[in-house]
Design a protein around this ligand. Structure first.
Ligand SMILES: [Zn+2]
Length: 485
């Protein structure tokens, strides 16, 4: 058993911050920790230890140190907080309500379990937006969530307000019920400046919906997608958001990707969310039921006969380097300071060519490109285009030759003109973004990871709180304190 690094976690019982370490055993990464009052805990942290070592070596600012030291956190007084923010938010989440227009068996937003109504007023929502825009740099993306955010009567006014407040991207997370019922709903979203629809989508058969939501929502989802296809408005585009549960729908991962590729003109991405456990669960069930990013990547690999491999995925840090470079080159621009932990997100760009999906890493040499990007500075700006043209043959891999002219244009715009426009143009092409975002729970909570989270919830205390920390430790208290009943 090899110790990979030491970190901090929470005691699952008293939620006190306690020391933890990550160890490698039988090819997997485990988290081990002990609370002086409640004993020892172990949980799977990452399903593929070699892949974990690889991403940490390549992408972490703090590489694995092999440290076995047991820091004493018994005196650290972090009452039920579990983080200390190190990253500005890139996506700010605002919950518009905890009401919903469906009643599922299990609701991950806790709609069915929360007894009190949480629904900030229009002016409170403005306050939440201001909190996000006042962070440094101002949060560029807002995500409306809930409950079901679209059931508010003032929903479109709220979206338009976000546009006025200067958010570059407006995302709405929805179950799709209104999109399915109202053929003109997509156009209404367009008029309210919504850019992206996060559509909850758990699979391509009835079973995952029956299992997860207690009712077959597949026909409704397909209806919603058809209505977007037939809408006269081009935007918002759809990003599918499947909740992934081992043994329920993990075997459908590659089919969902193929389904999205078939609908690439309206579906631009998929954000898979392998979930942790809610409620009490015994240790044996925990270890067999746990699913991490790498387990999902393995399923992708199988479903695509190795044409997409787990090593084609990169952490979000890979994109951060691009934004950092853009900021260095254009000091006046307000681009984002993002910190992310390599273990949190795994993303791949898939380029659709004929009927095939080719990972971007097989079209361009991502490592060479990253080296070039990291060396960029304003002093050499004049020679850059020439340098870049010379680098190009080294960058373009065999599969990419036919696409090279197009790629050159995209990359040129990205560095020298307008990053936002380049990203939009890139997505207008036949490109699908597939990401896996492993949500953590109190069992595998890693303070290092949470501190580097760039997805935050805005609160009426004028704070922004990292995603996992909010859901695990703060949501209940905040919703009760600001409840309308
Ligand atoms: Zn404890």
């Amino acid at each position: 058993m090899e110790t990979l690094t030491s970190t901090r976690s929470l005691c699952p019982v008293c939620l006190k911050t306690i020391p933890a370490k990550l160890v490698m055993r039988e090819g997997k990464v485990y988290m081990q920790k002990s609370c002086s009052s409640h004993g020892e805990y172990e949980d799977i942290y990452y399903g593929d230890a070699n892949l974990y070592k690889h991403i940490m070596r390549e992408y972490s600012k703090q590489p694995l140190n092999g440290s076995d030291e047991k820091k004493d956190f018994s005196d650290v007084n972090i009452p039920v907080r579990g983080y200390d923010i190190k990253s500005a938010p890139i996506i700010g989440i605002v919950d518009l309500t905890n009401r919903c227009n469906l009643s599922c068996n299990v609701c991950f937003a806790g709609c069915t379990s929360s007894p009190s109504l949480y629904e900030p007023s229009f002016s409170e929502i403005e306050q939440l937006m201001d909190t996000l825009r006042q962070s440094d740099p101002p949060c560029p993306i807002i995500l409306f969530s809930g409950g079901e955010p679209t059931i508010r009567k003032d929903f479109f006014e709220i979206c338009s307000l976000a546009h006025k407040k200067g958010f570059s991207f407006i995302i709405v997370a929805t179950n799709g019920k209104l999109l399915a019922q109202d053929k003109s709903y997509h156009e209404k979203l367009n008029k309210a400046h919504v850019d992206i629809i996060y559509l909850q989508f758990d699979g391509l058969t009835e079973d995952p919906y029956m299992e997860i939501r207690g009712t077959n929502l597949l026909p409704m989802k397909l209806e919603a997608i058809e209505n977007v296809r037939n809408s006269p408005a081009k935007y918002p585009a759809i990003v599918l958001v499947p909740t992934v549960i081992k043994g329920v729908n993990d075997h459908q991962i590659s089919d969902i990707v193929k389904f999205a590729a078939k609908n690439i003109t309206i579906i631009k991405g998929i954000l898979f969310q392998p979930i942790g456990f809610v409620g009490d669960i015994n240790n044996k069930k925990l270890l067999t039921g746990r699913i991490t990013n790498s387990d999902c990547l393995e399923q992708m690999e199988k479903g695509f006969d190795g044409k997409i491999s787990r090593y084609d995925f990169v952490p979000l840090v890979w994109l951060t380097d691009f934004l950092d470079a853009y900021k260095r080159m254009n000091p006046s621009s307000k681009t984002i300071n993002i910190e992310t932990h390599p273990g949190c997100f795994s993303v791949v760009y898939l380029v659709k060519k004929d009927d095939e999906l080719i990972p971007l890493s097989r079209i361009i040499n991502l490592e060479e490109l990253r080296k070039f990007v990291r060396a960029l500075n304003p002093a050499n700006k004049a020679e850059l285009i020439t340098k870049f043209a010379f680098l190009l043959p080294k960058l373009i891999l065999k599969e990419g030759i036919k696409l090279s002219g197009q790629l050159f244009e995209i990359l040129k715009t990205l560095y020298f003109e307008n990053a936002e426009e380049a990203i939009m143009n890139f997505h207008r092409e036949n490109v699908l973004l597939v990401g896996f975002e492993h949500g953590i729970d109190v069992r595998n909570y890693d303070c290092d990871k949470v501190e580097k989270c760039c997805i935050h919830y805005a609160t009426l205390d004028n704070e922004s709180i990292p995603f996992c920390s909010y859901n695990l430790l703060h949501r209940k208290d905040i919703e009760e304190r600001f409840s309308k009943e």
